[in-house]
Write a protein that binds this ligand. Structure first.
Ligand code: PMP
Length: 365
């Protein structure tokens, strides 16, 4: 069966061995005669799956015991709303580091709460979010400071997390959770949609420090973290199949040596592509080298017309989903954990051929 190199930003490529395991177990999970999709979430078989998934995630991210791990739904987008609702008391202030389209969405959601003061502490909007701005010193008190560790659309990453003492850092880690090794102690809350580095869409991970739970009363029950903590992420039916696949991905990552081993591979994969782009006079990266993402790599040729042709020709040879986001243009190669190095090599080889043909005069550039 033909598989392609899938550069999608999400939902994204999954490890082939995980997909095969899913296939093997699809009709009868552990001799039950039922698919995981058909299991009750209250069954002992599913309870074991969710417990294993949590234990593995704790191991992979070195999550201390004073943090809760939640398996929720609603995507990272629901967290844009749940976080201010749960963490900010009336009249308190929240700070945002504004680094792209997704942080913008998080800011807009917080602004919906009229009792909350929302402040943009730093922004890279002046240069189309092509870099990470300096972090300011805090002169006021804040309920938390929000940042996006990896900007999926713009291709930048915050590698050094600011230390604001007692003020917790809340991080949207949707597009680099488990691909770069962060110290959990630096964060009060981490959240991520699963559909990039973890598993199928439909699952959202929230990791929240215990002292941040229960700050606000009177929240609608389903939007209150306390509800989900009390019910072990099973207040209502959880996304059972997505949690099962996530568990398999966690096992796969653990077998490969965990996040730090994966980060070495990710640096290698991204490094190959950046090195090629930087030595090329035909392709360019719009992102400041210091802040370049390992997981989402935007790049351009010398014209939008050639970008379009590049994407079409790449697709025809099985290098798919390379079209960049419309706000940045050009191409974007998303290289999540499950994306193989051979796929990066295939892309570079195609880029090289494409550039030679274009420069060779077939097309006037
Ligand atoms: N934050 C980031 C950094 C993202 O990349 C995305 C999705 N691409 C989101 C938030 C929104 O996630 P969801 O679609 O799961 O709500």
């Amino acid at each position: 069966m033909k598989r392609v190199y899938n550069f999608s930003a999400g939902p994204a490529v999954l490890p082939e061995s995980v997909l095969k395991k899913v296939q093997e177990e699809l009709l009868s999970y552990q001799g039950s005669g039922m698919s995981v999709m058909e299991l009750s979430h209250r069954s002992s078989l599913f309870e074991a799956i969710i417990q294993d998934a949590e234990a593995l995630l704790r191991k992979l991210m070195h999550i201390p015991s004073n943090y809760h791990v939640l398996f929720l739904q609603g995507g990272a987008s629901l967290q844009f709303d749940m976080i201010p609702r749960n963490l900010v008391r009336e009249g308190e202030r929240v700070g945002f580091i504004h680094t792209g389209s997704w942080s913008e969405k998080a800011i807009q959601a917080a602004q919906e709460f009229s009792a909350i003061e929302v402040e943009e502490l730093a922004s890279s909007a002046d240069k189309n979010f092509s870099y990470i701005p300096d972090f300011p010193l805090l002169s006021e008190d804040y309920a938390y400071v929000h940042l996006t560790t990896n900007n999926t659309i713009e291709g930048t990453t915050i590698y050094e997390i600011p230390n604001y003492g007692e003020v917790p850092i809340v991080a949207d880690m949707s597009s680099n959770i488990l691909s770069s090794d962060y110290d959990i102690h630096q964060f009060g809350l981490i959240y991520a949609g699963a559909q990039k580095n973890i598993g199928p869409a439909g699952l959202t991970i929230v990791i929240i420090r215990d002292d941040l739970v229960g700050r606000v009363q009177g929240i609608p029950k389903i939007l209150d973290y306390q509800t989900h903590i009390k019910n072990g992420s099973m207040y209502n039916t959880p996304p059972t199949f997505a949690i099962y696949v996530a568990k398999l991905v966690f096992e796969w990552l653990d077998d490969l040596g965990g996040v730090s081993a994966m980060e070495v591979q990710n640096r290698k994969k991204a490094g190959l592509l950046y090195d090629y782009i930087d030595q090329s006079d035909f392709f360019r990266s719009p992102v400041l080298p210091r802040d370049r993402s390992l997981t989402n790599i935007p790049f351009q040729t010398i014209s939008p017309e050639l970008d379009k042709r590049f994407i079409e020709e790449a697709e025809a040879i099985g290098l798919v989903n390379l079209k960049g986001h419309r706000s940045v243009g050009g191409m974007r190669a998303s290289l999540y954990n499950a994306f193989p190095q051979e796929g990066v090599e295939a892309l570079i080889s195609f880029m090289d051929k494409f550039a030679k043909v274009q420069k060779g005069g077939r097309v006037h550039v």
